[in-house]
Design a binder for this molecule. Structure first.
Ligand SMILES: [Ca+2]
Ligand SMILES: [Ca+2]
Length: 360
């Protein structure tokens, strides 16, 4: 009996030592602590408006992270299976171009009618009737890592975000746990075909939009719960300032609305479990070493919220699915002809909601 107890204790000790070594010496992250924003959700009007969406293309798309509707009313999205899909104005769907990728994210349509899409692995791709080509894969000799969202300026420049030079789309949560700034804001020049770094050391830079006057870029830093402006013109050119901070969740994609305000999709990164993890680098290392554990604290698939933000940073209105019953993990909100179109990494459809009827 004694021998049995001794053997059990030895086994437990070995397990403890193995886990300790794993956490201390082989953890994939070297984390910092992260302070959560104060509770700002309570100041918003709670609602369940995102539960009233019409589901477009249900079953035809997988995890459509971003949406663009061109001036003719054709909707574009990228599916997880690599298909770029179009929904024509009469509601019919077209599987337009297939890309060998499961990591397509933000997209935009240029003034020339080409589609530009971010591939988290390959970089920036241009898609046209002629085919698909990589237009930006490197910056300053290094591979572009985790391109996420792109917008075109009227001079043809493409501004885009690169979330993390350390982690990728399939382990994005490690960047959140590490809470160190590995992101970049980049510019692709279509005349020289060169890509340059506008800003470095950003905190999970996600969505990028351009203001109505094109005097600044608005870009979101997900685990900093804020978006900032990067001035393109005027006396503040080349500088940044906070656009909106202390958001009630982590901002994903951002889109300009026709009235000059912005739509920001928010990811649920303020769960009690994540808040607890961010108080200890040891807890973070432990979870990063055993990735299955992240499922116990991840709230991104349990809720959805989008906010409409004025250029001065004030929240005008919000749309929620507080329990994630119909939509969760909404990553993009795009306004077109008084309707809001919603993309999500956790649905097999695009959500559509009439703006005027929904919010009065
Ligand atoms: Ca976009
Ligand atoms: Ca995104």
């Amino acid at each position: 009996m004694k021998r049995c107890v001794r053997a059990s204790l030895s086994f437990l000790l070995c397990c403890f030592l193995a886990i300790s070594i794993q956490i201390l010496y082989f953890s994939p992250i070297s984390p910092d602590l992260l302070e959560m924003p104060p509770d700002s959700a309570s100041a918003l009007r709670p609602n369940k408006l995102l539960q009233e969406v019409v589901k477009l293309g249900e079953g035809l798309v997988k995890g459509p992270e971003d949406i663009w509707v061109d001036r003719d009313g054709v909707l574009y999205t990228a599916s997880r299976d690599g298909w770029i899909k179009k929904m024509h104005k009469d509601g019919t769907w077209e599987s337009w171009k297939k890309i060998d990728s499961d990591s397509l994210l933000g997209l935009t349509i240029t003034k020339d009618g080409n589609l530009i899409v971010c591939d988290a692995i390959k970089g920036l791709l241009m898609v046209s009737d002629d085919g698909v080509k990589v237009i930006a894969s490197h910056v300053n000799g290094s591979k572009i890592s985790f391109a996420d969202e792109v917008i075109e300026a009227s001079d043809g420049s493409l501004y885009f975000s690169a979330v993390s030079t350390k982690f990728g789309l399939h382990n994005w949560y490690l960047d959140v746990l590490e809470a160190k700034p590995h992101g970049q804001l980049l510019r692709y020049d279509p005349f020289s075909n060169e890509t340059s770094i506008l800003l470095d050391g950003l905190c999970f830079p996600n969505g990028v939009a351009i203001s109505k006057e094109e005097d600044y870029l608005a870009f979101c830093e997900t685990w900093k719960f804020r978006c900032r402006k990067y001035w393109l013109k005027g006396e503040k050119q080349g500088t940044t300032e906070v656009f909106i901070h202390n958001l009630p969740a982590g901002p994903d994609n951002i889109n300009l609305a026709p009235d000059g305000s912005f739509w920001i999709a928010l990811l649920q990164l303020t769960t009690p479990g994540l808040e607890f993890l961010h108080t200890s680098t040891l807890y973070k290392r432990f979870v990063a070493s055993f990735p299955m554990l992240i499922n116990f604290v991840d709230g991104t698939r349990k809720k959805a919220m989008v906010v409409n933000v004025a250029p001065d940073g004030n929240i005008i209105r919000n749309f929620d699915d507080p329990e994630g019953i119909v939509m969760s993990m909404v990553t993009s909100a795009f306004e077109f002809e008084d309707h809001l179109y919603l993309g999500s990494l956790n649905t097999n459809f695009i959500g559509k909601i009439p703006l005027k009827a929904a919010y009065n």
